[in-house]
Design a protein around this ligand. Structure first.
Ligand SMILES: Cc1ncc(COP(=O)(O)O)c(C=O)c1O
Length: 371
């Protein structure tokens, strides 16, 4: 079995697993003043420093959450609730954990503009500039898309927003651990971190909040995480996220190079074995591990099923009551329904080998022949 679905989630790194188990032993309530509490607090604060180090933030700008979904909700709803109404700019290619909070805000009376990507899957900074209004309070554009791996021009958008009061949020769920993520270079005020996309555990994440940006709490309770996110901290998972962040920073260059090498080889092999293989989205502005590929005449969900015990990949289509609907992301890029329904996402990870790429390409091409 070859695992090529790392954008869905990554396996736990053995060093991370060890950190989680050790974290379980620090069982004290981190709010307690006795030694048990202080030990757990130490684990949490040391992890906070590691997450901050990974994204070039300071420790007090990092808030732990239950994952990416909560971090996105906290950023978007938490910031906009400072205002009674206002305008928000986002895009059609965002994850549901961004789009759904936006729908909720729309119901509350906020006005939303969703920008369309070009055929390469890129949101244009000019479109952000063009749609900015005096009452725009928030711009939220993801760093890299989960389906296509296309990297968005965050720095350019950040530059545009320097001359405007709007706050800038980016969902960096897919980019952290794969490409450079630096909150200052990117010019963002809020940034979402998702542990299980870079070999950390699920159910834990973080939100970066630039010093001076005020959020309203969306969960109400005690004063944890400086009043922003109540609930006793999950020490073992926070320890796991901290370790994953430490390793991601330490191994960044090596991992990026490896992902690029194996993913390019896989693409070349597939093109050789399956004539007519097409890449959806930009080839250049792309995460080093992601290929969104179109195999004309093939139903993606059938291919994914046929390979399900040999190679783990995914189809962007969703199945509702036996009927397949195409990926909204691919449709927004201008693909027709048939092309979108014949596209699959292949996402490599740090532990994949060159041999696996050759084997996977062969297995995929054999499955396509049968179909
Ligand atoms: C781009 C993006 N944002 C947010 C999330 C949500 O993260 P979580 O699963 O931790 O809620 C995901 C995960 O699927 C994602 O790919």
């Amino acid at each position: 079995m070859i695992y090529l679905d790392n954008n869905a989630t990554t396996p736990i790194d053995p060093e991370v697993k060890e950190a989680i188990i050790k974290g379980l032993e620090s069982f004290g309530n981190p709010s307690s003043v006795h030694i048990f509490g202080r030990k757990a607090r130490e684990v949490i604060e040391s992890s906070r420093a590691k997450v901050a180090g990974l994204i070039n933030a300071s420790d007090e700008e990092v808030f732990f959450t239950s994952g990416g979904t909560e971090a996105n909700n906290m950023a978007i709803i938490g910031y906009c609730l400072n205002f009674g109404k206002g305008h928000i700019i986002s895009s059609l290619i965002e994850h549901p954990s961004v789009l759904q909070p936006l729908s909720y805000l729309q119901e509350l009376g906020f006005s939303i503009t969703l920008l369309k990507p070009d055929s390469e899957g890129i949101i244009s900074p000019e479109d952000v500039q063009r749609t900015l209004r005096p009452d725009t309070i928030l711009v939220t554009i993801m760093h890299a898309n989960n389906e296509t791996g296309v990297i968005q021009p965050i720095e350019e958008i950040g530059e545009i927003l320097k001359g405007h009061d709007a706050v800038f949020h980016t969902d960096a769920a897919q980019s952290i651990g794969k490409i450079e993520v630096d909150v200052n270079a990117m010019g963002v005020d809020l940034l979402t971190v998702v542990s299980h996309k870079f070999y950390g555990p699920k159910g834990i994440g973080a939100l970066y909040v630039r010093k001076g940006i005020r959020l309203r709490r969306i969960l109400h309770g005690a004063g944890h995480e400086r009043g922003l996110r109540p609930g006793t901290e999950n020490t073992p998972l926070i320890a796991g996220l901290g370790k994953a962040a430490e390793i991601a920073r330490r191994d960044h260059g090596k991992r990026k190079e490896h992902l690029k090498e194996i993913t390019e080889t896989l693409f070349e092999e597939l093109q050789k074995l399956i004539p007519g293989t097409k890449l959806n989205g930009s080839y250049i502005k792309r995460l080093p591990n992601t290929l969104n590929l179109r195999f004309s005449g093939i139903e993606a969900h059938k291919l994914v099923e046929a390979l399900s015990e040999q190679v783990a990949i995914s189809a962007g289509s969703a199945c509702h009551e036996g009927k397949y609907t195409p990926s909204d992301v691919l449709i927004s890029m201008g693909l027709d329904t048939e092309d979108a329904l014949s596209s699959v996402r292949i996402s490599t990870g740090k532990d994949n080998t060159m041999e696996e790429m050759k084997e996977a390409a062969w297995l995929i091409s054999e499955a396509i022949k049968k179909l």
